[in-house]
Design a protein around this ligand. Structure first.
Ligand code: SF4
Length: 391
């Protein structure tokens, strides 16, 4: 089963072996040095009018965000797209799994476009369907699959979401992971276990810090090892089986830098995303989703000091928008999400101008069967009580 019509390739693999990108743009990109790029993007967007709706994730570059009709996290953007049925084209300035979710939640007549097919997500790539199926088979052999509820983070491919739909599981976001895990643990009686993927950190931080499980209740499933690197007894004893995946951006933040910033910036408050490692989250003052981070900074008093552990484009934008507050990045080196940054102005111009010329490029489609099951897993999330709509 595949959900991808056009080749989205993991980094460094694929047709163009000499390129780090792994996949080439199938058209003629404008030169990045073209001084008319901004004017060309504006003209193409104006020519398309209401036929096009441009979505911009918070981690996108400023040059791209300038042309977004709406900003948000992945799930908000997918819902925003679904709320615009009159838009024939949804240009998703984000990464591949987000465009898939938008395709799942929008109407069949709407076309979702990802300006650069190399804009994948390293975390989503860490859980491939074959690996997840192998893990399920191993859990079946261990005699526990019938009490395991699979929960996948929004940051996963459509076929992983569909796997959860098929196996009585659900999707979660970083805002509703606690409610999703509570729901999961109520599904199969007192022996229920949760298989959480692809982000081990969000799973661990939620299970331990929100639901009160201990670190000993959690095991890590390494898809490259037999039984995920666990004995059958360890799997049977575990309450939470955490997939060995992580975000390459949020995985950079360390407890040492937290200590350093506390020693150098008076009264600094550490604000991090739950994709950060458990040791970092333990040292933070506040932990929450992208929207939580934005809202926290907006509500913070003038003069307050913050060090933020999330993607740098967003942190820079927050710092620029709030000059009355001191905002630092929680890492010593500059690190953007490299795949998010692949959506740049030349790709956006190319995608928009192609649409003006009547050619749909880089359309992301999810096959109907995958869509049905993935939608079920998404619906279970939407049916959860309380806050369900943030990532
Ligand atoms: S920031 Fe992390 S989770 Fe988000 S797209 Fe980049 S690699 Fe994936």
């Amino acid at each position: 089963m595949t959900t991808i019509d056009l080749p989205l390739l993991p980094l460094g693999r694929g047709k163009d072996l000499s390129a780090e990108r792994g996949v080439e743009c199938p058209g003629d990109l404008p030169a990045a040095s073209d001084p008319d790029l901004v004017a060309r993007a504006a003209a193409a967007k104006a020519a398309l009018g209401d036929r096009v709706f441009v979505l911009g994730h918070h981690y996108q570059r400023d040059e791209v965000v300038e042309f977004a009709d709406v900003m948000g996290d992945s799930f908000k953007l997918a819902k925003d797209a679904a709320a615009r049925p009159e838009a024939e084209f949804i240009v998703f300035c984000g990464v591949h799994f987000m465009a898939e979710s938008a395709d799942i939640l929008t109407g069949p007549e709407q076309k979702v476009i990802l300006p650069d097919l190399a804009a994948g997500c390293s975390m989503a790539d860490m859980a491939r369907l074959g690996q997840v199926q192998d893990a399920w088979d191993a859990l079946t052999d261990a005699g526990i699959a019938d009490v395991v509820v699979p929960i996948t983070y929004m940051n996963s491919s459509a076929d992983i979401k569909a796997f959860c739909g098929r196996h009585d599981g659900a999707v979660c976001t970083s805002s509703n992971a606690e409610v999703a895990l509570e729901w999961a643990f109520a599904q199969k009686g007192p022996d229920t276990k949760v298989l959480f993927f692809p982000d081990q950190h969000l799973g661990r931080n939620t299970a331990v810090l929100k639901l009160g499980y201990s670190l000993d209740d959690c095991v890590v499933w390494n898809p490259l090892l037999p039984n995920g690197g666990n004995t059958v007894e360890q799997l049977r004893a575990a309450k939470v089986i955490l997939w060995k995946g992580h975000c390459s951006v949020h995985g950079r933040f360390t407890p040492e830098v937290v200590d350093e910033l506390r020693a150098t910036i008076p009264d600094v408050q550490i604000l991090v995303h739950p994709e950060c490692a458990h040791e970092v989250v333990l040292k933070a003052d506040l932990v929450g989703s992208t929207e939580f981070i934005i809202n926290t900074i907006e509500a913070a008093p003038a003069g307050s000091s913050w060090a933020i552990g999330t993607e740098l484009n967003l942190v820079k934008r927050l710092a620029n928008a709030h000059p009355d507050k001191k905002i630092a990045f929680l890492d010593k080196t500059v690190c953007y999400c490299s795949t998010m940054n692949r959506i740049d102005l030349p790709h956006l111009v190319w995608a928009l101008e192609s649409l003006v010329a009547g050619t749909v490029v880089n359309q992301i489609t999810v096959d109907p069967e995958t869509e049905t099951w993935a939608k079920l897993a998404l619906q279970r999330m939407l049916d959860l009580p309380g806050k369900t709509s943030r990532d």
